[in-house]
Design a protein. Structure first.
Length: 216
């Protein structure tokens, strides 16, 4: 959202480059916690329970409560952002793009609220009554990769590669999603995740090159 809300491509490049360091740090913290937990507790501990067990052992009671409160606050913040983001995408980028006539401001607000309600009910059903077939962390990573791998290839290619075009972006979005969905057909999560990023990048390059030839 930061990248797409900038005033021009040059500013988008700067935003994407600087925020990349933040995301890199955020992405490195959980693996480092996991490595520290397995080092402290030994290899025989359940890997999904190692980090919480380590925190309960090394943190005093008051600090542990603050850490848990911070995690709950971060979860609430992320969930509210996701609900607003997805309801806006459904309302603005899907429903309104299919209409020939634009809606008024009050109708757009109502449409966003309705989409938010539908997404919230879906999340409620998914979180309470749906049983995951494997570890939740793998499932969340793969479902995120359905969009992340596609958008990563399309945005990086569009900002930093002069040959990138719309056809390449569409190819990246489609093939990257196909690679991630393979997880639901019993493909290992690591292969599905790596495959989605690889397919999206290759499709971005091939689609852009084909689009260039077609335009020429």
């Amino acid at each position: 959202m930061r990248t797409f809300s900038t005033r021009d491509p040059e500013t988008s490049k700067k935003v994407f480059s600087w925020t990349g360091f933040i995301y890199l740090g955020r992405g490195m913290m959980p693996p480092l916690w996991g490595i520290a937990a397995l080092t402290m507790l030994g290899p025989n501990v359940n890997s999904l329970e190692a980090m919480p067990t380590m925190l309960t052992r090394i943190l005093p009671v008051g600090i542990l409560g603050l850490v848990v409160s911070g995690m709950l606050a971060a979860t609430m913040s992320v969930n509210s952002s996701y609900l607003l983001g997805w309801s806006s995408i459904i309302a603005q980028d899907i429903i309104l793009s299919l209409r020939k006539k634009p809606l008024g401001s009050s109708s757009q607000v109502l449409l966003n609220r309705t989409a938010n309600l539908v997404v919230s009910l879906f999340v409620l059903f998914w979180g309470i009554w749906y049983t995951l077939s494997g570890p939740t962390y793998f499932y969340l990573n793969i479902t995120a990769s359905i969009f992340l791998a596609c958008a990563f290839a399309a945005v990086i290619g569009g900002l930093f590669w002069s040959c990138a075009n719309t056809l390449g972006g569409y190819c990246a979005m489609i093939t990257g999603a196909i690679g991630a969905v393979a997880f639901f057909f019993h493909v290992p999560a690591s292969y599905a995740g790596l495959g989605s990023f690889t397919l999206a990048g290759l499709a971005m390059m091939l689609g852009s090159l084909l689009g260039e030839k077609k335009r020429a």
